[in-house]
Design a protein around this ligand. Structure first.
Ligand code: ADP
Ligand code: ADP
Length: 226
C-alpha cells in the first residue's frame, strides 16, 4: 500500500542543511496497524505528514496505492488524499462554528456526495459512535474525548483506505485514550482498516502490530508485534 524509498527532509539555512528525516526506506501493507515512536524532535510528525501528503519530502520516492505521489500535480494529489486518507489530528482541528453533524459531513461535501447519502452516512456513524444525542452540539460543548471521537468520525465518514493519526490521544485522559485505542483496534481487526499513528505511549503502541522507532530522523528499529 505504501512504499517509501530513501525519503529525506531537510531545511537549508544559509547553506547549512538541518536534516529532519534521512534515508527512510520502508513499506507498509494494507491491514497493518503501525505506531511511529521516538523522542520529541525525532521527525515523527514530519513522517506522518509526508505519508498524509500534507508535506513534501526534499528527496526520495513515495508510492501510495500504486501512484507515484511526488510526481502528481496538486489537484491529483488532493483527489488521492480525499479518496483514501482519513487524517486525525492531536488537537482535533474541528470547525468551532459547525455542529458535530456538520463537522462529520464536511469531507463528503468535498467528494460531491449527494445530500441523502450524506445524511445517511453521518447518521450511521453518529449511531456507531453513540453520539446521536450530540449531533447538534458545537465542539466546545464536548469533552476532549468526545471531540476526538468526532475527529475520528470525520476521518472515517468518507470510507478511507487508511487512517493516519498524530498522537490521537495526546490531549486525553487515560480512560478516553483506551476508548480510542479500542476503536482503532476494532477497525483494524474487524474491517481491515490500515492505521498509522504517532504515539509516545507504549500502551497505545501495544494495540498495534508493528512499531517504527525513529531517532534523529532515522528508522532505528522496526519491531513486529505479531
Ligand atoms: P516529532 O514529531 O518527532 O517531535 P517533528 O517531525 O515535529 O518531530 O520535527 C522534527 C524536527 O524538525 C524538530 O527538531 C523541528 O524543530 C524541526 N522542524 C520542523 N519544522 C521545521 C521548519 N519549518 N524549519 C526548520 N526545522 C523544522
Ligand atoms: P467524557 O469523560 O465522556 O469525555 P466528561 O466527563 O468530560 O466526558 O464530560 C461529561 C459531559 O459533560 C459530556 O456529556 C459533555 O458533553 C459535557 N461537557 C464536557 N465539557 C463541557 C463543556 N466545556 N461545556 C459543556 N458541556 C461539557
Amino acid at each position: 500500500m505504501i512504499e517509501l524509498k530513501n525519503i529525506e527532509k531537510y531545511y537549508a539555512n544559509k547553506g547549512v542543511k538541518s536534516y529532519i528525516l534521512r534515508h527512510i526506506t520502508t513499506s507498509i501493507k494494507q491491514g497493518e496497524f503501525v505506531s511511529i515512536m521516538g523522542p520529541s524532535g525525532a521527525g515523527k510528525s514530519t513522517l506522518l505528514n509526508i505519508l498524509g501528503m500534507l508535506e513534501e519530502p526534499t528527496y526520495g520516492d513515495y508510492e501510495f496505492m500504486g501512484e507515484n505521489v511526488l510526481s502528481l500535480n496538486e489537484r491529483k494529489r488532493i483527489d488521492l488524499y480525499r479518496s483514501h486518507i482519513g487524517f486525525v489530528f492531536q488537537a482535533y482541528h474541528l470547525i468551532d462554528e459547525m455542529t458535530v453533524a456538520e463537522n462529520i459531513e464536511a469531507p463528503l461535501l468535498y467528494k460531491k456526495i449527494g445530500s441523502a447519502e450524506r445524511k445517511s452516512r453521518v447518521a450511521d456513524i453518529l449511531d456507531r459512535f453513540s453520539m446521536v444525542a450530540k449531533r447538534d452540539l458545537f465542539p466546545n460543548q464536548l469533552s476532549g474525548g468526545q471531540q476526538q471521537l468526532v475527529g475520528i468520525a470525520r476521518a472515517l465518514v468518507a470510507q478511507p483506505s487508511i487512517i493516519l493519526a498524530d498522537e490521537p490521544t495526546g490531549n486525553l485522559q487515560s480512560v478516553q485514550a483506551i476508548q480510542i485505542m479500542e476503536l482503532f483496534k476494532r477497525l483494524n481487526e474487524e474491517e481491515g482498516m490500515t492505521i498509522i499513528q504517532v504515539t509516545h505511549s507504549e500502551i497505545n503502541a501495544g494495540y498495534g502490530s508493528r512499531i517504527l522507532h525513529l531517532l534523529d530522523g532515522i528508522i532505528k528499529e522496526d519491531v513486529n508485534l505479531k
